[in-house]
Write a protein that binds this ligand. Structure first.
Ligand code: NDP
Length: 495
């Protein structure tokens, strides 16, 4: 454990969803441990900030090198803690490293001092703005992508010059510890990145600790608790919350490509993806063809715990109950099963499930299911698809398939990101910010916005010469006041 403990800690066990066996035991860090970590982070943050962009980039690059060289080991740990196939774990690692590389390479360009134009009245002042690190930042992560998701905050907060206290999900503390230990190997001087383990209580203590910002990724329900806790100390928050993403298939779509994207988007990672495809709206002209394609493809995808499985079991037992409740509610309300259904649930393993004619107000359409399921609805035209897709209170990502109208449809979508004729590309492009609207949260990870998210803008002026019109002085005479009156009319009175 990287975080020191000030009291004899309680501990908790982590069990693999693949075998049910205990694969790790970790301390439950309490408020005193959290406070001690945050206090160490404040000092470490100053040291890290003063290291400067170039040296920080060097250290982050070396961290990236270690993760890449030992990626097999990391992917195996991700598999053991989440149950996902090793190849999918590796995909997650690769994507995370792309963002880490980008953050290290671009921090100075994005955040370093920039000269800005002065104004006519302030011509004698040189003006610039720099984005300064906040200091000690808390990051709270989920279990579904335990490398990609937290690194989306960690890489950018660190590259911006902050120290970070990281609290991973209680389901994936081993992956969290691995990442923090790898970082300590390249930054041995100071505890710039520390780990806290425990359950929601540890996360809650971090929110109350007075850190300079919380980067939260998790469910909308927990996000609201985090926001409420942070309000007490006026701690700013980044909220990366749940999703209920839709996929729209227009009449002129490449139906096979859309079906492929829908099946991968809905079932990969057992559907436990914030950007997972959960609702599909299909133009009536291609609806039946699309359903046939999707069912034929999804039939070939099998979930399980063995190495041959295309996706793994649900990571947490509680999530199986959510999936069951959503399917049952949809069936009670008149939905038809095209594939899977309640029989597709066997313990933690849920096979692909496709529901047709689910009413728009049933749980499977309105709430985040986070399982390998999708609802498919027939729509009159693209307008109806857009209107139904936009009706959700979640608005994280969306996918559109249309040969001619993709961009036009995408422009009318309310969500943090839209992909046209492919699935989820925006999450893998380091230049692009990622985040939600509405119940999917606010603030952004990745890209320039992701770097600025962990900074504050500091404006600076420097007097270059004596002001021709000195206004901020009691030595200002009536001549200056007369000139100001003339200027007001000249500059603003002619509109
Ligand atoms: P949770 O909301 O259950 O937990 C997220 C994190 O918050 C965990 O570390 C959890 O700890 C911690 N936590 C729990 N209670 C509190 C509290 N009161 N105060 C502070 N922290 C607390 O989410 P999941 O881990 O189940 O992750 C899945 C969710 O994350 C989905 O809704 C998914 O859509 C979303 N997500 C969003 C992404 C995005 O980019 N928008 C990306 C990935 C996931 P513990 O686990 O120990 O209880």
């Amino acid at each position: 454990m990287t975080a020191g403990t000030t009291t004899a800690p309680d501990v908790f066990d982590v069990r693999s969803p693949l075998t049910g066996e205990v694969i790790g035991t970790y301390p439950v860090h309490g408020p005193a441990d959290v406070a001690a970590s945050v206090s160490r982070a404040r000092l470490a943050g100053t040291w890290w900030d003063w290291l400067g962009f170039a040296e920080r980039a060097r250290r982050l690059d070396r961290w990236r090198g270690i993760i890449a060289r030992r990626s097999d080991e990391l992917a195996e740990l991700v598999r053991a803690e989440t149950g996902k196939p090793r190849a999918d774990a590796m995909l997650e690692v690769v994507m995370a490293l792309e963002h880490l590389a980008w953050a290290a390479r671009n921090a100075k360009k994005v955040l370093g001092p920039h000269t800005v134009r002065s104004s006519l009245l302030m011509l004698n002042e040189a003006a610039s703005v720099a984005h300064r690190p906040l200091g000690a930042v808390g990051v709270i992560g989920p279990w579904n992508y335990p490398v990609f998701t937290p690194l989306g905050s960690l890489s950018f907060a660190l590259a911006a010059g902050n120290a970070v206290v990281y609290k991973p999900s209680e389901h994936t503390p081993g992956v969290g510890a691995w990442l923090v230990d790898a970082f300590a190997a390249v930054v041995p001087e100071q505890p710039v990145l520390q780990l806290l383990t425990g359950d929601g209580g540890t996360g809650a203590a971090l929110c109350r600790s007075g850190v300079d910002k919380i980067g939260f990724t998790g469910s909308t329900a927990t996000g609201k608790q985090v926001l409420a806790a942070c309000a007490a100390t006026l701690t700013p928050v980044l909220m990366e919350c749940g999703g209920k993403d839709a996929l729209i298939v227009d009449a002129d779509a490449d139906v096979a490509a859309a079906a492929d994207a829908a099946v991968w988007g809905a079932t990969s990672n057992a559907g436990q993806t914030c950007l997972g495809v959960e609702r599909v709206y299909v133009h009536r002209a291609v609806h039946d063809e699309f359903v046939a394609e999707v069912v034929a493809l999804a039939r070939t995808i099998r979930a399980g715990t063995g190495p041959e499985a295309r996706f793994g079991p649900m990571t947490t037992p509680g999530q199986v109950d959510v999936v069951r409740a959503h399917i049952a509610d949809a069936l009670d309300r008149g939905a038809r099963v095209a594939l899977g259904g309640l029989d597709a649930i066997d313990g933690r393993v849920v096979q692909p499930t496709i529901l047709l004619d689910a009413p728009e107000d049933c749980l499977a359409v309105t709430e985040e299911t986070f399982g390998p399921t999708m609802t498919i609805a027939k729509v009159r035209d693209a307008d109806e698809a857009v209107q139904r897709a936009n009706a959700s209170r979640y608005a994280l990502g969306l996918t559109v398939f249309s040969r001619r109208n993709g961009t036009r449809i995408a422009a009318r979508i309310r969500s943090g990101a839209v992909a046209v004729n492919s699935y989820v590309g925006f999450a893998a492009i380091p230049n692009l910010p990622l985040g939600g609207v509405g119940d999917s949260g606010f603030g952004r990870v990745h890209g320039p916005e992701g770097l600025k998210e962990f900074t504050y803008a500091r404006s600076m002026t420097r007097r270059r010469f004596r002001a021709p019109l000195p206004v901020t002085t009691f030595r200002r005479g009536p001549r200056v006041d007369r000139l100001i009156r003339v200027l007001v009319r000249l500059l603003h009175g002619r509109r």
